[in-house]
Design a protein around this ligand. Structure first.
Ligand code: SF4
Ligand code: SF4
Length: 178
C-alpha cells in the first residue's frame, strides 16, 4: 500500500480536517511554512483522510508504480487554464501564494495578465485570458465555485499586472514593491 498525497490540490488550511481525523498524527499543519505536511512513515492506511479531505488530496494506491501513474494523470488534468483559475480562486484568501505564481505563465501562452481583485474584502488573483478582464465573466466563474453568490459591487479590480517577456511574475510586482 502507498499513500499518495496531492500537495497541489491541498488548500493548506490551518484547521486541516484531514489532520484532525488522522489517528496516527501523520498529517500536520506547519505554522511556519503555512502548509500541510504528511509523514508517510506514520501512516497505517486507515483511509480516514481519503474520506475526510474535501479536495481529494489523499489517495491510497497499491504501490509506488501506481502512485506515479496517478501523478501523471493528475498532472495532465492540472495543465489546464480552468484548473489554475479554480486553484487561485480557492487558495487565494488573505495571502497571495507567490510561490505558486512564479513561472506558471510560461505554460500558458493564452494568458495575458493577472488581475488582483478585492472580493468580499479578500485579496484574490485572477488570470486574465487574451480577450481581457471581464468582470461579468469573472463573476459567472466565481459564483460557480463560491458557496454564496458574490454581488458585482463586491468585486473591485485593484490592479492588472501585465505579463512580462519571459511570462514570469513575481510577488514583489504584485505588492507594488521593487
Ligand atoms: S482538509 Fe485536505 S485540502 Fe484542507 S488542508 Fe487538509 S489536506 Fe489540505
Ligand atoms: S490513511 Fe489514515 S493514518 Fe494514513 S494519513 Fe490518512 S488518516 Fe492518517
Amino acid at each position: 500500500m502507498y499513500l499518495y498525497v496531492d500537495y497541489d490540490a491541498c488548500q493548506h488550511e490551518p484547521h486541516c480536517k484531514a489532520a484532525d481525523c488522522c489517528p496516527t498524527g501523520a498529517i500536520m499543519y506547519n505554522e511556519d511554512a503555512r502548509r500541510v505536511n504528511v509523514n508517510k512513515d506514520l501512516c497505517n492506511f486507515c483511509g480516514e483522510c481519503v474520506k475526510t479531505c474535501p479536495y481529494a488530496v489523499f489517495h491510497i494506491v497499491e504501490n509506488e508504480v501506481e502512485a506515479r501513474r496517478l501523478d501523471e494523470k493528475l498532472r495532465q488534468t492540472r495543465n489546464t487554464f480552468e484548473y489554475y483559475l479554480k486553484k487561485f480562486f480557492q487558495v487565494t484568501k488573505n495571502i497571495i501564494p507567490y510561490r505558486e505564481l512564479e513561472g506558471y505563465l510560461d505554460d500558458f501562452p493564452g494568458i495575458k495578465d493577472i488581475a488582483v481583485l478585492l472580493v468580499d474584502d479578500e485579496l484574490k488573483i485572477f488570470i486574465v485570458p487574451e480577450n481581457g478582464f471581464d468582470k461579468i465573466k469573472f463573476l459567472e466563474f466565481a459564483n460557480k465555485l463560491a458557496e454564496q453568490p458574490i454581488p458585482a459591487n463586491n468585486v473591485i479590480l485593484l490592479e492588472q499586472i501585465p505579463r512580462t517577456k519571459t511570462g514570469k511574475i513575481h510577488f514583489s510586482q504584485i505588492l507594488g514593491q521593487t
